[in-house]
Write a protein that binds this ligand. Sequence first.
Ligand code: GLN
Length: 198
Amino acid sequence: MGAGSFKKRVGVLALQGDFEAHERALERAGATPVQVRTAEELNNIDGLVIPGGESTTMLKLLNYMDLKEPLREFAMKKPVFGTCAGAILLAKEVLNPSQESFGMVDLTVERNAYGRQIDSRVAQISPEAAFEERTGKGDMEAVFIRAPIIRRAGPDVRVLAEYGGDPVLVEQGQYLVATFHPELTQDPRVHRLFLSKL
Ligand code: GLN
């Protein structure tokens, strides 16, 4: 898929965090993304990316912008892709500390779970066949930045990649969740997989 050839409208929540990197990644995957900051802008898109950043700050801004309910309603119907802080917002249960979330995806996540000494790293991961069959074969570079660990995944969650025995890329219906940052590498496969859900 070349840049701009994808015709559905994909938004990136642009309150805080690395939303611009997601815009570039979506462009590499063939889409023309738009920034989303209001409920009205949510009405004009077919799918949404919630970027990495700081989930507590994002929650505060969502409250402040009166965007929490509109986002919840949007996510009930449409595809949403959460990376890192975005993954934390989509999870059913959040630990360390416990925190409010949208609960769309049947996951328990522990924030900042890799600990202080090695809280950020670039790892090589081998995606599952369920991923490669849809997006192309090959290992993937995964950038972890103060990442959460998925401690529990419910029966409807499909694991698409693991790192160190923990799921790091999962899907559940129209939702896609990565605890790492596919927007920070040149590999377009994860964003392409999300676009295929729109
Ligand atoms: N540590 C952040 C949080 O708990 C997530 C980090 C990230 O998005 N890169 O929200």
